[in-house]
Design a protein around this ligand. Structure first.
Ligand code: ASP
Ligand code: MG
Length: 248
């Protein structure tokens, strides 16, 4: 089992979703595809929630999670339907039913043991080679949707990989991999092709935004390699993050 995560930029429009399908088509092994909301949808839904709450902020956080989580539910419905249409048969997982969290809205904490049991049991009763599910969101045992913190889809991918003892996680990004600097602002930024878990954690601790900082721990725990690759050039090697040796 491998885990692929596609961020908002990669699924921002129809061409992005076609590109995702071409990448998924290349993978022959069992796969979980974790998808964010399309483009800047999360920001738009955040704005909508603020507007709704203008006069009554009492339940803002709970309402925020109910509204903002629809971005991922919608994008994954579209991706799943398109993959099925293209002959890449897959099962859509409503992760709010299996990734069980507490009710710390906007920063919910995952109950890994319960979630792992529910996820494995769902996959047993819905066998498929490819699953499509949402990043960033979860749900309480009482059935309320929650969110794990902005840009949290990388973290979801790592958690699912940890629970399922996946072989690898690939984050498909709009950059060539992890770079020495932000390539948009620094034209001389260089690709870092190999990093250890310690090295990436140091880079993230200095404020680099390339990967959500909570992503590394669940992978390090199970020694699962993390690939960061450009979704527009899927054949490039990108960055591999793991403990050496770096041979796969
Ligand atoms: N869609 C969410 C956000 O923009 C989660 C993610 O992209 O990782 O924060
Ligand atoms: Mg995003």
């Amino acid at each position: 089992m491998n885990v692929y995560k596609f961020g908002g930029a990669s699924v921002r429009d129809a061409e992005g979703i076609r590109n995702l399908a071409r990448i998924v088509e290349q993978e022959q092994e069992p796969l979980i595809v974790v998808v964010s909301a399309m483009g800047k949808t999360t920001n738009a839904l955040e704005g909508l929630t603020r507007a709704l709450c203008e006069y009554d902020l009492k339940d803002f956080d709970e309402l925020y999670d109910q509204v903002v989580s629809t971005g991922e539910l919608q994008s994954t419905r579209i991706v799943s339907a398109y993959l099925n249409h293209q002959g890449i048969s897959n099962v859509w997982i409503d992760i709010t039913q299996v990734l069980i969290t507490d009710s710390t809205y906007r920063e919910a904490k995952v109950n890994k043991d319960v979630s792992e049991r529910l996820l494995r049991s769902f996959m047993r009763t819905h066998p498929a080679r490819v699953y499509v599910t949402q990043g960033f969101i979860g749900g309480t045992a009482a059935g309320k949707r929650t969110t794990l913190g902005r840009e949290g889809s990388d973290y979801t991918a790592a958690l699912l990989a940890n629970m399922l003892n996946a072989k690898s996680v690939t984050l498909w990004k709009d950059v060539p991999g992890v770079m020495t600097a932000d390539p948009i602002r620094h034209r001389d930024a260089q690709l870092l092709s190999q990093l250890t878990y310690d090295e990436i954690e140091q880079i993230l601790a200095r404020g680099a935004q390339v990967i959500h900082p909570k992503t590394i721990a669940p992978l390090r725990e199970k020694n699962i390699p993390l690939f960061v690759k450009p979704f527009l050039h899927p054949d490039e090697a990108g960055t591999i993050i793991c403990n050496p040796p770096y041979s796969f």
